[in-house]
Ligand binder design. Structure first.
Ligand SMILES: Nc1ncnc2c1ncn2[C@@H]1O[C@H](COP(=O)(O)OP(=O)(O)O)[C@@H](O)[C@H]1O
Ligand SMILES: [Mg+2]
Length: 272
């Protein structure tokens, strides 16, 4: 099951070009990051992947078929502003939307919803109207809904921009779970440190074009190249390069600490 974009271009109805000739494939079982400055086309790319926008040119397909309405049940998305996507009268009902659409019986819906609310620590919001939630609370509600939905394709648009420390940790755990279970996970972000921590594959957008793509371990250590395309390089490779200038820069904190003799490699095997 591959999510694939072939020669995809998109211009908004007012004529604003947002993406030009994007080609990429997203594989299951890995975490894919889309990095890029404001206005580079990240949100547009995720909306196209979800089938919520249709390409002006080219094709977005999943498992060989163009994405469309049929894809809704199999794909879950967190919008950049999650307050735009809360629909139900209460938080509980909102988290229950996908499980109900998937045809689960009410007993199963109840246990899914309660587990998801607990996972994000928002049981106390269950009976609240979603209309007056803060952006971070709204993000947790949508993420709880995605946990209950458990879609094959998970798309998250700048998910860490509004989450607190606890929400950040929970979300890291959620995406790792999806990766372990061979799902497709695409995360748009400005945060190259978060990408350095968990991504497997990285795509970089600039002015609507894909300018770099590759394994995180190769791409996120190219400090000068990242600066050139407008991405703030992650901290660990930058520190690694400063401390060990003749050694290839390291991506993961565990590797840097091990090299510095501050971590026992037996207890903390390298992840790269
Ligand atoms: N609804 C819209 N109508 C017209 N132009 C838009 C709309 N949404 C986004 N754009 C434009 O499309 C380009 C890409 O935007 P976007 O995908 O939101 O980038 P990012 O998520 O990386 O900040 C920008 O130039 C933006 O101004
Ligand atoms: Mg955006």
């Amino acid at each position: 099951m591959i999510l694939s974009l072939r020669n995809v271009s998109y211009s908004y109805p007012d004529g604003t070009p947002a993406l030009r000739d994007v080609n990429l494939e997203v594989r299951p079982g890995e975490i894919t990051f889309v990095l890029g400055p404001n206005g580079s086309g990240k949100t547009t790319l995720l909306l196209l992947m979800a089938g919520l926008l249709s390409p002006t040119e080219g094709e977005v397909s999943f498992d060989g078929k163009p994405v469309g309405n049929w894809f809704r049940k199999r794909c879950g998305i967190l919008f950049q502003d999650p307050r735009d996507q809360l629909l139900a009268p209460t938080v509980w009902e909102d988290v229950a939307l996908a499980p109900r659409q998937l045809g689960m019986d009410e007993g199963e819906v109840k246990s899914k919803v309660e587990e998801a609310l607990r996972f994000f620590g928002i049981e106390d919001l269950a009976l609240r109207s979603p209309l007056r939630l803060s952006r971070g609370q709204a993000a947790k509600v949508i993420l709880a809904g995605l946990l209950a939905h458990d879609p094959e394709v998970l798309l998250l648009d700048e998910p860490w921009s509004s989450l607190d420390a606890e929400g950040t940790e929970r979300l890291l755990e959620l995406v790792r779970r999806f990766r372990e279970r061979d799902r497709i996970v695409v995360i748009s972000s400005q945060n190259s440190d978060m990408a350095a921590e968990i991504s497997d594959t990285v795509h970089i957008l600039k002015n609507g074009e894909l300018v770099m793509s590759g394994p995180a371990a190769d791409l996120l250590v190219k400090i000068e190249k990242l600066r050139e395309v407008g991405i703030r390089p992650p901290l660990v490779p930058s520190v690694s390069k400063a401390v060990f200038p003749s050694y290839p820069p390291m991506l993961r904190l565990e590797d840097l600490l091990t090299k510095l003799g501050r971590l026992d490699p037996e207890e903390n095997p390298s992840q790269t």
